[in-house]
Design a protein around this ligand. Structure first.
Ligand code: PNS
Length: 179
């Protein structure tokens, strides 16, 4: 699903929620739902990072995100390859949304927010506290549990659970979780 560029007018505030989303978890989805209420248009942007070897391809990650957000009319899914601030400009977005799970996230997030603001002074980062229910959750943990056939039912949306089961039965344990 491609994001439709908007005008960025006061009546149309566009925010971007960037990440790896390999795969999207219930923690991510909680942030998406809450952020979608705060902005006219929320773009969930998947980083297409060629230096990492993800479990799911960018297309698979986008597809899963599109499926789990299909009931949210102001949310679109897109991907980007280089600097986030360049992608933001191309979509006329000026707010970055990031979730914070704990103090351990904080240092990295501050560094990213400051870097992005340095690169483009018009861009603000807004942090949302992750629902405490999911404060321990990460895509890496989900992949590890799924790889060893543990139950991820409460950690990811059903579409993602199905995709994880398919992925690990397809690879028959040959590949470990990446990233
Ligand atoms: O889900 P993640 O992996 O924590 O997301 C990190 C992400 C994708 C938001 C970050 O790595 C990013 O924005 N990368 C794009 C490159 C960039 O713009 N770097 C400069 C700011 S740190």
């Amino acid at each position: 699903m491609e994001a439709t560029p908007t005008t960025g007018s006061p009546g149309g505030r566009v925010a971007v929620y960037p990440g790896s989303f390999d795969p999207v978890t219930c923690g991510h989805l909680d942030i998406i739902r809450r952020a979608a209420k705060q902005f006219d248009h929320l773009i969930v942007a998947v980083l297409n990072n060629t230096s990492k070897k993800p479990l799911f391809s960018v297309e698979e990650r986008k597809q899963l995100l599109a499926e789990v957000t299909q009931d949210l009319p102001n949310v679109t899914v897109d991907s980007f390859r280089d600097l986030l601030v360049h992608f933001m400009k191309s979509r006329q977005a000026d707010v970055i949304v990031r979730g914070i799970r704990s103090v351990t996230d904080f240092e990295y997030e501050i560094q990213m927010a400051s870097t992005n603001h340095q690169l483009d002074g018009d861009i603000e980062t807004i942090f949302m506290m992750t629902n405490p229910k999911y404060s321990y959750l990460s895509s890496s943990i989900v992949k590890e549990i799924a790889m060893f056939h543990g139950n991820v039912q409460d950690l990811v949306p059903p579409e993602v659970q199905r995709a994880l089961i398919a992925k690990f039965s397809e690879s028959a344990g040959a590949n470990g979780p990446q990233g």
